[in-house]
Design a protein around this ligand. Sequence first.
Ligand SMILES: NC(=O)c1ccc[n+]([C@@H]2O[C@H](COP(=O)([O-])OP(=O)(O)OC[C@H]3O[C@@H](n4cnc5c(N)ncnc54)[C@H](O)[C@@H]3O)[C@@H](O)[C@H]2O)c1
Ligand SMILES: Nc1nc(=O)c(N)c(NC[C@H](O)[C@H](O)[C@H](O)COP(=O)(O)O)[nH]1
Length: 238
Amino acid sequence: MLFSNKTLGVLVKIILRKMNRCEFIYNAAMTIDGKIATREGDSQLSDELDWKEVHAIRRDVDAIMVGITTVQQDDPKLTVKFYGPLKKYPTRIIIDSRGKIPINARVINFEKDKYPTLIATTTHIDPKKKEQLIQKGVTVIEAGINQHVDLLLLAKKLWELGIKKVLLEGGGTLAWGLLEQDLIDEIRLFVAPFLTGGKKATSLIMGEGFPKILSSRKFNLVDLKSRNSNVIVKYSRK
Ligand SMILES: NC(=O)c1ccc[n+]([C@@H]2O[C@H](COP(=O)([O-])OP(=O)(O)OC[C@H]3O[C@@H](n4cnc5c(N)ncnc54)[C@H](O)[C@@H]3O)[C@@H](O)[C@H]2O)c1
Ligand SMILES: Nc1nc(=O)c(N)c(NC[C@H](O)[C@H](O)[C@H](O)COP(=O)(O)O)[nH]1
């Protein structure tokens, strides 16, 4: 027999995991001790060269995704600097279960004629807020009835919309939501040479976490380089 039943089972799981859903590459900058923000929310970690590399990835993906707390904390624009004009601008996706995003957030308003913006929410969103967002040209997708967005359902919906590759830019809680469902396909990390500590600091991956190392998600090293005292590392789930 070519494959054992166990191997076949693993192969089927991998195929199902990847079928008809968008792929996620998680890019973040973190300290040596794995923090992506200090306990006060400071996350100034990437150097100029890394930002240029991040924008090159943004240029090449179909969408850029962040969690609502990152929007509240950083008010990111999620646009592509240093390169352009582009034939197609990436879609900006915010994961926001209850529609908490401020209506004046830069990710909704800045260069909105160039960048489509999509909010993935749940049935908990206030209908008035949903209408306000739609009036501003935002696409609102309801994916899930619980407290959190159903990320596997969303990944399949994004695929149907032609969004095949998504750059997840954090934060740690949203990254856990994807990792828990084995939806993170690639990782790119810029490790800055700081130790920051803090049980209230935000880690690369937050959430409940896996109970054992062997039940955690294993990745393969793809690339490793250093620049001054920074380390840039890439992993793949394949
Ligand atoms: N250094 C970096 O590269 C980097 C990148 C991004 C964010 N950050 C920092 O990370 C912090 C924000 O990260 P965070 O972990 O607090 O929040 P987050 O940005 O990951 O947002 C999490 C929120 O998204 C919502 N959500 C909806 N559905 C979800 C689901 N299925 N799974 C998970 N979340 C879901 C919930 O409201 C949840 O609280 C900020 O301080 C920001 O500056 C740093
Ligand atoms: N790669 C990376 N390095 C960092 O040091 C840092 N703080 C972030 N944070 C992620 C956040 O989601 C947005 O990338 C930034 O807030 C910048 O966003 P814009 O340039 O306005 O799009 N990301």
